[in-house]
Ligand binder design. Structure first.
Ligand SMILES: [Zn+2]
Length: 167
């Protein structure tokens, strides 16, 4: 069983690992302690880079998990604080009909901010940072960040939403 190797730097959009298939975490393949360790390392990296979310493929780990945390972030001033949360093996079960606009950036896509329209709320099933199964309806900024990070698990980057000639 290979030990999880996290990249020292956040991958940029030319890296094929951002486009690779991501697998669900399976405790028979990777022990829970290694996942908890990875979450902590990702959290440190996210703080260093000033992100509000970080998905495992962005640090070269092709597993379906991401983290979210907002506290006084200089890249997104005025964004309400959100406690640290991990979403492991997430499944979005439902999207709201109502949508909203929000300007998104991405640590893997330099100098790019895009006004993105997305559903305002989602219902999501996942394992949390204690590896406990949870199901929640999320709205507001949290629903927004979660949808952005979930895209990373599908190999999708924000610039993919731009017209081809701008990508
Ligand atoms: Zn991103």
């Amino acid at each position: 069983m290979a030990k999880l190797q996290m990249s020292e730097t956040i991958l940029d959009d030319s890296d094929p690992r951002l486009r690779a298939l991501n697998s669900d975490w399976d405790s028979k393949e990777v022990p829970g302690e290694q996942i908890l360790e990875l979450l902590q390392k990702m959290r440190t990296k996210m703080h260093e880079e000033g992100g509000v979310g970080l998905a495992a493929p962005q640090v070269g780990v092709n597993l379906r998990l991401f983290i979210v945390e907002v506290k006084g972030n200089p890249r997104y001033t005025g964004m309400p604080s959100l406690p640290f949360q991990a979403f492991i093996n997430p499944v979005i079960e439902k999207f709201s009909q109502r949508t909203g606009l929000f300007e998104e950036g991405c640590l893997s896509v330099q100098d790019c901010r895009i006004q993105m329209r997305r559903p305002k709320a989602v219902t999501i099933r996942y394992l949390d940072q204690y590896l406990r199964p949870r199901r929640q309806r999320l709205k507001g900024v949290l629903a927004r960040i979660v949808q952005h990070e979930f895209d990373h698990l599908e190999g999708i980057l924000i610039k993919d939403y731009l017209p081809v000639e701008w990508q």
